[in-house]
Write a protein that binds this ligand. Structure first.
Ligand SMILES: [Zn+2]
Length: 306
């Protein structure tokens, strides 16, 4: 069977489901990849804890140096001297962390998250097609180059993003110690602030994980639906208290994959502000919305089993 014949066979198989309508909405709402998201947040947290462990090993030495400089018994009574020593010690933390990261196997773990996300998107897509059109998709459906490329790019980007977090955090910590030196603050205060800074960075890592799983899910969903000849989708929010107003307003509306809606937020002073950013479900920052496929009888083309 060639492509045209296959597409005709698919149309013939699904035609009764359309009841004379040109398009129908999926009977099931695709699930958001919650498990992959939770797992990625856990990994990001565990990765940042390595940094905290290495930092804690170095902290007594850093604070001893700080105390020495404050007493003024080093040769140069200047923050420059302290800065040079801090840079060296934080560099040692970075080197120790690099070793731990190799054992941690970040690349492999991020790859596994991508696979989990992709598998959920595939499962949900097959469920949608089966429940709505009554046909089974081929099992090796996902082996296309387009998917492989999107996933490879996502893994590479995320490994880089996560790896850059400790460097940023260590830079922030150097700044904290130097500013404290100028302001003459106590070691206890510095240690407290360093720990707070670490907590901020750890939260940032976990938010990154949440955002990135949504981004990958959105990419795969778009590829799947467009591949199948779906030009439109229905926006579906997760319908809980965390959904932002804009996405709540989009819930249930139909959009074209070629023309995503513009994002907005409301302010007290200026009323509604449009951001200029156009997003599909899952593309806005930390968005957990999903796209319900709208199947079109004229354009439908899916790799059907048998
Ligand atoms: Zn959303």
């Amino acid at each position: 069977m060639d492509n045209t014949q296959h597409q005709e066979a698919v149309k013939a198989a699904v035609r009764p489901k359309f009841y004379g309508h040109p398009s129908i909405k999926s009977k099931t709402v695709p699930h958001y990849p919650t498990t992959a998201e939770r797992e990625f947040r856990r990994i990001a947290g565990a990765y940042m804890r390595l940094l905290n462990e290495e930092l804690k090993k170095k902290l007594p030495e850093m604070m001893a140096e700080y105390a020495k400089e404050r007493r003024g018994d080093s040769r140069f009574d200047e923050s420059r001297d302290l800065d040079a020593k801090l840079r060296q010690m934080l560099q040692e933390v970075a080197v120790a962390l690099e070793r731990r990261v190799a054992e941690f196997g970040l690349d492999k773990k991020v790859e596994q998250i991508a696979t989990m996300t992709r598998n959920t998107a595939l499962r949900e897509w097959k469920r949608s097609v089966k429940d709505t059109l009554g046909i089974d998709l081929l099992d090796d459906y996902f082996k296309g180059d387009l998917y492989e490329e999107a996933i490879r790019r996502w893994v590479a980007e995320n490994v880089l993003k996560i790896k850059s977090l400790p460097t940023e955090t260590l830079g922030d910590m150097r700044q904290i110690v130097l500013e404290s030196y100028i302001k003459g603050r106590s070691i206890r205060d510095i240690q407290k602030e360093i720990q707070e800074q670490y907590n901020v960075s750890k939260r940032k890592a976990q938010l990154l994980a949440r955002d990135q799983v949504a981004t990958l899910n959105a990419q795969v969903t778009k590829l799947q639906q467009q591949d199948a000849g779906c030009s439109k989708y229905r926006w579906s929010s997760s319908k809980d208290s965390r959904v932002r107003d804009c996405h709540r307003a989009l819930d249930g509306k139909v959009f074209s994959w070629d023309d995503p809606p513009e994002m907005w937020y409301d302010t007290k002073e200026k009323g509604r502000v449009y951001t200029g950013r156009r997003c599909h479900p899952g593309e806005d920052y930390c968005c957990r919305c999903v796209a319900i496929p709208v199947f079109d009888l004229e354009t439908i083309d899916v790799p059907m089993k048998g």
